[in-house]
Design a protein around this ligand. Structure first.
Ligand code: ZN
Length: 134
């Protein structure tokens, strides 16, 4: 398993429209928007060089992003690392004794295979592992 890059930094926001306005005012542009039903979020990706900001707005008051905002307010939600093989990455995480949110990869934005590692085992960072379609 090889880590490839920081794919994106996820930012939880109350309003995607308002957040997009703010970041585009800084010169960023939206390359992709998508609703991921599974996670109850609307997302917008804004590329910055090799990586992206992923703005996340909950589509439901009981979604994970809404609950995070309730607890901690808006802000950095997760860091996503792209790997060449997510099954091997999950095995390595398991071997290292990390707590997985997802035992098996599921489908995220862009049809990528993703899995989250719990922040309690990563020094407070919700870590997203992702493997893009080749
Ligand atoms: Zn993400």
């Amino acid at each position: 398993m090889k880590p490839l890059k920081v794919d994106h930094v996820g930012i939880a926001v109350k309003s995607l429209d308002e957040a997009v306005k703010l970041y585009t005012a800084l010169g960023l542009r939206v390359s992709h928007t998508e609703t991921v039903e599974d996670q109850k979020v609307k997302t917008a990706f804004l590329p910055v060089g090799e990586t992206n900001l992923e703005l996340l707005e909950s589509t439901s008051p009981d979604g994970p992003v809404a609950r995070t905002i309730e607890k901690r307010g808006e802000g950095v939600h997760h860091v996503a690392i792209c790997v060449d093989n997510i099954d091997e990455a999950l095995q390595a995480a398991r071997r290292a004794g990390l707590t997985l949110v997802d035992e098996k990869p599921r489908t995220g934005a862009h049809g990528a295979r993703i899995a989250f590692v719990h922040p309690k085992s990563t020094r407070g960072v919700l870590l997203e592992l992702c493997e893009k379609k080749h």
